[in-house]
Design a protein around this ligand. Structure first.
Ligand SMILES: Nc1ncnc2c1ncn2[C@@H]1O[C@H](COP(=O)(O)OP(=O)(O)OP(=O)(O)O)[C@@H](O)[C@H]1O
Length: 830
């Protein structure tokens, strides 16, 4: 039982905040889960360039005790992928790369599904969250932890290199953690393939703070694996230091100015905080070398002394990994066996013969569910069932680097990890006004408008050789080193300019940019752009979209298709998207709106958004119900209520409450807990009187209308009104008879305290006396103004007046009670 309980807890997808809402809507009719193929779709895990990544659960289970498999589903709207676009190519890349990778530290592709609106890349769920947040939480990692995670990183990188793939976008944001805090490399959208050992690439990829200098400051083809090594070095530095290297340029604190950033990187020696020990320093010094030829290779990284504690792990060869991962027993839970056979045939209907799920590396089989990039000679039975005969699958290469120009937006790249959140905000701003000085200037074609003031200290020869010789720099005194300012405003850094201008012209908008999600752009030549891209959708377009697999490989960049399938694909078939009705059952649940929303609410529970909408149109009854809710929730509801009240021109309560509350500066009003204390608490001696007085003025009414906080706290206005009214009444009573009677009566207990409280404000007594007069004089005011509004208000105001008049001759306590009763009655009418 406990297992079941924990399972249902752990695998329910009403996590966190959503769970809060479930109890509120249990009375509502249950709705069906939102599903995507064989998965129940849950909450949003993150958002990337392509859309939201949702949590998912496999619906099928072989036994009641079987834990539903959790996955992450990257949902990509099909209409957001223009045909032959760079996005399309990136999707190809990612899918086709992942299906060939089977390593514990590389995210596992479960399968790829699609319906008429979405492509869903189903990935292994990395429950540990984003790695940069992990570092952010810990400020920096302990050396042992960093060592373990870095060993995993380089193991994964080495593995993919051994498969002929380079990631080209390694950065903290593309690293996740699994539930055991193992590193998981994700986001293979810029992955590329190399064939020959020293094959060079020419497409500049990566995020500026992680991209190797040669990608940015040189137009020469680069050895992509070495650039991955550089990125690993930056990641290691970030793990150990808690911030990124070369993040201390005071003239470019956010790293927005890419040109300047790379000036700084290439000309400033690596600096370490004192807490980084010599061994990792040594490794970092070998990795973070601007000259890729001098940079350490990944294999040599494996042998570095610092990684010795994990030598056994690192020494596992790619072949061993392939074996191990396919044996279902290493690192990952075995895939639920029933997945295929028990899937509802209708949802992501596949006529697969069920071979998938049997193999540990079933992703190779799974991906064939999709008529996307499928191996050419794979069984057609794995193609998603379509009403029409399935189109021939084609093995298209995802790795056409010609289309890999990065159009990611420029993030703030404030690389201090402690400022990641700020950087996120900033990056979102730069989406609107992307690319600060640097890129904007680049767009203009020169750096002159850039106000480029690169800072550097000792310039290395290597670095200088990478810089444009036209760039004349002058060292000037500056704190924290020397500042190098270009004398020539027109100095140009051609390579960076090219790359950056490409970025500026080809970027797309990220929905939720993450800290360093920026790609400096492509250095692809024109010839690159001439090559037709891979097609993801639609009928084969022989004219414009030749299959990638049959394209001529670029002489410098990697070959277009993944090795195992290269050249095997029929040239005239492009992968087709599924026609409508592919998800014959799940489709109705997967319309655009439901997927765009937070799907975790689909379990028949109240959907926050729906609830909000409810609240916006709530009627008076609903408001009454809400008033009976918990204290905390009332604040919100009353806010809406007040707004509604205003909108509906039912002013009496709202106005009075608002006014009394807002004009009662003493916070004690807000903290009057209940009306029960009314008879025992002393009224506020002076301020309530003022409050009462001001409440009655039309000017104040207008003022109050403008103050949102009055509405916001109008829930408490009952108490504040009570207190205010009571206070005013007390004031009215006490001030004319300067307490001689009361002092003689001097009741015990609360009464005494109440009465003591009045003279206690001795300095205000005179004011109170004056206020009393003014209060009495102004008493008609609150009546007059409401009188002009509604009959209801008239009645209520007259009730107030009459009740006040009634209580005047009575004792103070009874007056308070009556006022209290009045407001209680009034509140009942709300
Ligand atoms: N396998 C996964 N497990 C858990 N969360 C994930 C997984 N994959 C992605 N996410 C979450 O979704 C977010 C976006 O994912 P991802 O970066 O892969 O999307 P993307 O569209 O490729 O974004 P971009 O290309 O802009 O980096 C991640 O930051 C992460 O929070």
């Amino acid at each position: 039982m406990s297992i079941m309980a924990s399972l249902s807890q752990r695998h329910t997808y009403y996590g966190g905040e959503v769970g809060v809402h479930t109890h509120e809507i249990t009375s509502k009719p249950r709705k069906r889960h939102v599903t995507f193929g064989p998965y129940v779709v849950g909450s949003t895990l993150g958002e990337g360039e392509f859309g939201k990544v949702k949590m998912g659960w496999s619906k099928a289970a072989s036994s009641p005790l079987e834990v539903p498999k959790q996955v992450a589903i990257k949902l990509i709207r099909r209409d957001s992928i223009p045909k032959n676009s760079e996005k399309e190519v990136k999707i190809y890349r990612e899918i086709n790369a992942l299906k060939h990778l089977s390593h514990p530290n590389i995210v596992k592709l479960e399968e790829v599904l699609q319906n008429s609106k979405y492509i869903g890349i189903v990935l292994e769920y990395a429950s540990g969250g984003e790695f940069y947040k992990y570092i952010q939480r810990k400020r920096r990692l302990k050396e042992a932890v960093a060592c373990r995670l870095f060993a995993q990183l380089v193991s994964g990188v080495h593995y993919m290199h051994s498969k002929g793939l380079v990631h080209r976008d390694l950065k903290l944001e593309n690293l996740l953690l699994d539930k055991h805090e193992n590193l998981v490399i994700t986001d293979f959208g810029f992955v590329n393939e190399f064939v020959s050992h020293n094959e060079l690439m020419k497409t500049s990829c990566g995020s500026p703070c992680y991209a190797a200098p040669e990608l940015v400051v040189s137009t020469k083809p680069y050895e992509a694996r070495k650039s991955d090594v550089w990125s690993c070095g930056v990641i290691l530095y970030a793990m150990l230091a808690g911030y990124l290297p070369w993040d201390d340029d005071p003239k470019n604190p956010d790293g927005n100015d890419i040109v300047r950033l790379y000036y700084y990187i290439t000309r400033t020696p690596l600096k370490f905080p004192e807490y980084i020990t010599p061994l990792p320093r040594d490794l970092l010094r070998r990795i973070l070398i601007s000259d890729p030829k001098k940079r350490i290779a990944i294999r040599s990284v494996h042998k570095h002394e610092w990684l010795k504690p994990h030598a056994a792990f690192i020494s596992i060869t790619p072949e061993e990994w392939d074996k191990a991962m396919s044996s279902k027993d290493v690192f990952r839970l075995p895939r639920p066996t029933p997945a295929k056979s028990k899937r509802p045939q209708s949802s992501c209907s596949t006529s697969s013969t069920g071979s998938k799920g049997e193999k540990r590396d079933s992703l190779i089989m799974d991906y064939t569910l999709v008529p996307l990039p499928a191996p050419p000679h794979q069984s057609q039975s794995h193609v998603i069932t379509k009403p029409s005969p399935p189109s021939p699958e084609i093995r298209t290469s995802p790795v056409r680097n010609q289309f890999s120009r990065h159009n990611r937006s420029n993030s703030a790249a404030s690389i201090a990890l402690q400022a990641v959140v700020d950087a996120e905000r900033e990056s979102s701003i730069t989406l609107i006004h992307p690319h600060g000085n640097g890129v904007n200037a680049v767009n203009g074609g020169t750096v002159s408008g850039n106000k480029l003031v690169p800072r550097s200290s000792t310039a290395s020869g290597n670095a200088l050789s990478l810089l444009n010789k036209d760039s004349v720099i002058v060292e000037t005194g500056s704190s924290n080193g020397r500042t190098i300012e270009p004398m020539d405003e027109n100095s140009k850094l051609r390579p960076p300019l090219n790359s950056i201008s490409n970025v500026a012209t080809s970027r797309t908008v990220h929905r939720r940019p993450r800290p360093t999600s920026y790609h400096p752009g492509s250095m692809a030549t024109n010839s690159d752009t001439k090559e037709p891209p891979a097609t993801l959708t639609g009928v084969p377009d022989s004219s414009s979209a030749r299959p990638i697999s049959v394209m001529e490989p670029s002489p410098l960049d990697s070959t277009p298709s993944l090795l195992p399938d290269a050249g095997l694909s029929p040239p005239d078939h492009s992968p087709k998207m599924l026609p409508r009705r592919s998800f014959s059952v799940s489709k109705p649940l997967l319309d655009l709106h439901s997927v765009n929303g937070d799907l975790i609410r689909s379990h028949g529970d109240a959907q926050p958004m729906t609830r909000r909408l409810h609240e916006q149109v709530e009627d008076v009854d609903y408001k009454q119900r809400r008033q009976s809710r918990r204290y905390s929730s009332l604040f919100n509801s009353v806010t809406e209520e007040s707004e509604d009240t205003d909108q509906r021109s039912i002013p009496p309560q709202g106005k009075i409450r608002s006014h009394t509350w807002s004009r009662t500066p003493s916070k004690t009003h807000s903290r009057q807990p209940s009306g029960n204390a009314s008879t025992t608490r002393a009224p506020e001696p002076v301020e309530p009187v003022r409050s009462r007085t001001t409440t009655t003025s039309g000017a104040n009414t207008r003022d109050n209308d403008k103050r949102p906080e009055k509405k916001r706290f109008s829930f408490l206005s009952f108490y504040s009104s009570y207190n205010t009214s009571k206070s005013s009444i007390v004031s009215e009573k006490t001030s004319p008879a300067p307490t001689s009677q009361q002092q003689q009566q001097k009741p015990v207990g609360s009464h005494s305290s109440r009465q003591r409280s009045i003279p206690r404000i001795g300095t205000r007594n005179s004011l109170r006396a004056g206020d009393h007069t003014s209060t009495q004089r102004q008493q008609p005011a609150p009546q007059q103004q409401p009188l002009t509004r509604t009959k209801l208000k008239k009645n209520r105001q007259s009730t107030v007046e009459s009740s006040q008049q009634q209580v005047r001759p009575q004792g103070e306590q009874s007056t308070a009670k009556k006022v209290m009763d009045f407001f209680k009655r009034r509140s009942m009418r709300i």
